[in-house]
Write a protein that binds this ligand. Sequence first.
Ligand SMILES: NC(=O)c1ccc[n+]([C@@H]2O[C@H](COP(=O)([O-])OP(=O)(O)OC[C@H]3O[C@@H](n4cnc5c(N)ncnc54)[C@H](O)[C@@H]3O)[C@@H](O)[C@H]2O)c1
Length: 264
Amino acid sequence: MLEIRDSVAVVTGGGGGIGFEVAKYWIRNGGKAVIADISAPLLEQAEKELKAMGGDVAPVLCNVTTEEDNAKLADTAIARYGQINLVAPFAGIIKDAMTVSYDKVSGKVVRKMTLDQFKAVIDINLTGVFLTVRECMERMMNNKCKGLVCLVSSTGSLGTAGQINYSSSKAAMSVFPKVLTAELIRRGLGNMIRVVAIAPGYVGTPMVKGMNQDALKKILAEVPIGRLIEPEEIASLVGELYRNEALAGDVFFIHGGLRLGSRG
Ligand SMILES: NC(=O)c1ccc[n+]([C@@H]2O[C@H](COP(=O)([O-])OP(=O)(O)OC[C@H]3O[C@@H](n4cnc5c(N)ncnc54)[C@H](O)[C@@H]3O)[C@@H](O)[C@H]2O)c1
């Protein structure tokens, strides 16, 4: 079993939502956190709160879509703490729209998902994660760090109407653990760096609370536990995946019993 105490977590999207909660969990359990976010005010607030808990925390202003910022992030972790033990690339966005919006009354298409809506989500949720993972794994290997890369997929990876961009990015996250684990095994590093993904259902973060409230009510009616998942419940799962070294190469769902898949 791995200990969180004195370990170093690199968390993107660490300024808010699930990322911030993971950083908080790390600090509460005696770890250190490098938090990265594109929003300076969110990052500042998160740093303040984590330091108020007595935490050792390094904030990095970072746009995960650029190679330079991801390199800076990984370098900061090594320069400040000499190691990276958890990589949690949790920066992510949604930009929902039907691929083609068909109006039943006029019998015509009235809107389409724009290229910008598609690309923005892929750039952050897929390309951004690839870059964070690549830069952090490079430093982990070069500095002989033991730990976990924990991706965040989603129940949306199974296909949600209005989310062809998001669902595609999250389906990719469910294959990352397989690919990376296969690559690590080839180099005899499978026990050194484990890779998993979590696939949450609907979590009570700004991303979800900001949704159309009627849509949210309908969603909750489908969740057997009758509520949103708490961000700290996600952080606790990440902690368990980190500690338990038998867990590797797989996707772990956490959704309160949600019936999975999109019924249209
Ligand atoms: N909330 C949910 O129900 C839910 C469910 C399944 C998966 N997820 C995934 O969990 C992750 C976190 O979601 P959340 O609900 O905490 O979202 P959130 O919107 O609350 O937080 C996301 C954070 O990422 C930051 N960010 C956005 N673009 C960035 C960029 N280019 N570079 C750096 N930081 C950037 C934001 O500033 C924000 O602080 C996402 O990948 C999301 O897809 C969330």
